[in-house]
Design a protein around this ligand. Structure first.
Ligand SMILES: [Zn+2]
Length: 261
């Protein structure tokens, strides 16, 4: 059976760019949402508007800044009062982030007015060291460079895509996890800062072939997005759906066709 793979960006902004949405994306397989990457304050509403009011079945968390996890409490409430989803949503969390997530979101004892419910009662937590299985595929997970050592993680599906999460340039990671012509979705604003990549750093850190495969997200404004496009980069827009590969298994020709489209 042939299945199309696609990535839909729900939001593409940095923490200041509210109008662009919190950076988050949905991996689709065969037209169905398979994995939500990050869940910021506005992510669920955007997800539901694209997917008929449904809730995600599986969520991967890149890191614990609130523009990436601020929607988890909302997800708790929606799932808790949905008999089909309660206790069924799989949360994939890098193991070093579990304690932070516990402190930032899950510790609150009064989630329900009538008490008696823990945050985790609503989810299936899968702690991650180096990756996880989903739908028969192995997703690699690796640390990137965001503030602190091991504070943020990227995700990749070999042969298909790599999504950096919030990061400074990571050429050594890209060389390791996107060495087979994968699409590369990279944090990049117009201007660099101590936590994020800036446009001027792309050419000094990456080769032409890697830049050709990149789509930039997590930028500071619509104007900055236009300026990045003006410099010749592919830049994701909020709501945009990018076809990664028209069939599964994905041939390199098929992926090249999708990349050049
Ligand atoms: Zn961040």
């Amino acid at each position: 059976m042939f299945e199309e793979w696609a990535l839909r960006f729900l939001g593409v902004g940095n923490s200041h760019a509210v109008e662009l949405g919190s950076s988050a994306a949905v991996l689709e397989r065969g037209g169905r949402p398979t994995l939500l990457i990050d869940c910021g304050p506005d992510t669920l509403d955007r997800y539901r508007s694209h997917y008929g009011g449904s809730l995600p079945q599986a969520v991967f968390i890149t890191h614990t800044h609130l523009d990436h996890i601020g929607g988890l409490e909302n997800l708790f409430y929606r799932a808790w009062f949905d008999a089909e989803r309660r206790g069924q949503i799989q949360l994939f969390v890098p193991v070093r982030l579990v304690e932070v997530l516990q402190r930032r979101v899950a510790d609150y004892p009064g989630l329900l007015a009538e008490d008696g419910v823990n945050f985790w009662d609503c989810f299936r937590l899968t702690p991650i060291s180096e990756g996880f299985w989903l739908g028969g595929r192995w997703f690699s997970v690796f640390p990137v460079r965001h503030h602190q050592f091991h504070s943020c993680y990227g995700i990749a599906l070999e042969g298909l895509f790599l999504y950096t999460g919030d990061t400074r340039p990571i050429p050594e990671v890209i060389n390791r996890f996107a060495a087979r012509g994968e699409w590369i979705f990279h944090d990049c604003a117009l201007n660099a800062n101590p936590s994020h990549t800036g446009a001027e750093e792309l050419t000094t850190n990456y080769g032409e072939d890697q830049i050709r495969r990149m789509t930039l997200y997590h930028y500071e404004s619509a104007l900055a997005g236009s300026a990045l496009r003006g410099r010749g980069y592919r830049v994701a827009a909020a709501g945009e759906r990018i076809i990664l590969c028209h069939s599964d298994p994905c041939s390199s020709q098929d992926k090249d066709d999708a990349l050049s489209a």
